[in-house]
Ligand binder design. Structure first.
Ligand code: C5P
Length: 399
């Protein structure tokens, strides 16, 4: 519940502003006191009357009331708030927040706010993916702004991709978590290793063997562990992802690099989550010059790589070790085999059968398998899956 919490809801000029109405209603229903600040453009997307009615207070847009000159003090608003929540947050507002531009009441309030600040970005997929926007989000996150990630889906432009504002229910859940600090520090003092992403096995200076892993699942787990106060070493193969807040990334290329990094970090760790898609085979020799083609077929001889999870499992003791399994057939029997062979506490079985789950996407559908049985979960965001996995790790710690 958000009883008595003071929330400033900032609305900017995005088509997703219509969702701010539902968001406001949910916040009020949870017991929060909400004051709404709209940017001038936001009024084109949703009416102040709607927002005033739902928040039960007049809407603030201008620095002062043009009728009577009454000052809308951003300073006292900033002091009043327990949270400044900007939803939807456009690329424009995010950029202004990053650089300190203060040309509307919402931005001056942001600069004066002593409270926690959260933003829920909403924009077209190319704007969201643009280096500038991503850089601005990273900068804001580094300064402590909570980023409520957009989801992938159909956008107002008709394009499909990431940029849709998170749903109001999800935003309220994050607000509850942030203000309640519920799960925040439950893993304080614990050290975890997470492996993530694809390894790259060179054939020659130009070619290599890899796989479709994007690293999203592992990065979400690393982020969740860090959010709960753990010290996290993220041993990463190639990915295009930014380092999550509060996480130390160790970059690796081949399965062997990843093995060496993991074995060395394992010494001081309390647990590890092996999420990387590690190559099982690597070229026996790496040519030092680009291999020339001929009219004949070519054979590349491969040798087995070392199994990182198995190596850590051999010296596990009472530490926590979690593995992943991605199977196309005999899923459960294979996952159970891994539990034993690698001495894991539990295996996260990914499904490749369900649409929208597995590689690349932002969603996953998993079954957690341990020696007592299995828990099957519906399709959900990788962030949510990460929460479930870390909840289970916490339960193991408390045994
Ligand atoms: O045996 P399989 O590759 O299917 O097992 C998958 C699990 O083992 C994952 O947790 C993966 O990260 C881990 N693994 C590893 N090192 C390898 C191969 C797999 O850590 N060389």
């Amino acid at each position: 519940m958000l009883n008595g919490k003071h929330i400033i809801l900032g609305i900017t000029g995005s088509i997703a502003a219509y969702k701010a109405a539902m968001l406001c209603r949910l916040l009020v229903k949870e017991g929060a006191e909400v004051r709404v600040i709209m940017t001038p453009l936001a009024k084109q997307f949703i009416t102040p009357l709607t927002m005033a009615t739902l928040s039960k207070h007049p809407i603030l847009v201008e620095f002062f009331n043009p009728e009577n000159g009454e000052w809308n003090s951003h300073v006292s608003l900033g002091e009043w708030a327990d949270m400044l929540l900007i939803a939807p947050a456009t690329a424009n507002t995010l950029a202004k927040m990053t650089t300190g531009i203060a040309d509307n009441l919402l931005l001056t309030t942001y600069l004066s706010a002593r409270s926690v600040v959260a933003v829920a970005p909403a924009m077209d997929l190319d704007m969201y993916a643009h280096t500038t926007t991503q850089q601005n989000l990273r900068t804001l996150a580094e300064r402590g702004v909570e980023i409520i990630e957009p989801a992938a889906g159909e956008l107002a432009s008709g394009l499909v991709g990431k940029g849709r504002m998170a749903e109001p229910e999800e935003i309220v859940e994050r607000v509850r978590e942030i203000l309640g600090g519920v799960k925040k520090k439950s893993l304080e003092g614990k050290r975890y290793i997470v492996t993530a992403g694809a390894t790259i096995e060179p054939i020659d200076p130009v070619r290599y063997i890899t796989n479709h892993s994007t690293g999203k699942m592992g990065y979400a787990i690393a982020e969740e562990l860090a959010r709960r106060g753990a010290e996290v070493k993220l041993i990463s193969g190639r990915t295009a992802l930014a380092v999550p807040k509060g996480v130390e990334r160790i970059d690796t290329l081949t399965a062997e690099d990843m093995y060496n990094a993991a074995v060395s970090e394992w010494q001081d760790a309390d647990g590890a989550v092996m999420c990387a898609a590690v190559a099982d085979y690597t070229p026996k020799t790496v040519a030092d010059r680009k291999l020339k083609k001929s009219d004949d077929d070519m054979r590349i001889e491969l040798r087995r790589t070392k199994d990182i999870a198995r190596e850590l499992g051999a010296s596990k003791g009472n530490r926590t070790l979690v593995g992943f399994a991605l199977e196309t057939d005999n899923e459960e029997a294979n996952a159970e085999g891994k539990l034993e062979r690698k001495n894991l506490d539990f295996v996260v079985l990914n499904s490749l059968r369900d649409e929208g789950a597995g590689f690349r996407g932002d969603n996953n559908k998993v079954t957690l398998i341990d020696r007592n049985g299995r828990e099957e979960h519906p399709l959900m965001s990788k962030k949510k899956v990460a929460e479930i996995i870390v909840d289970k790790i916490e339960k193991l710690n408390n045994k």
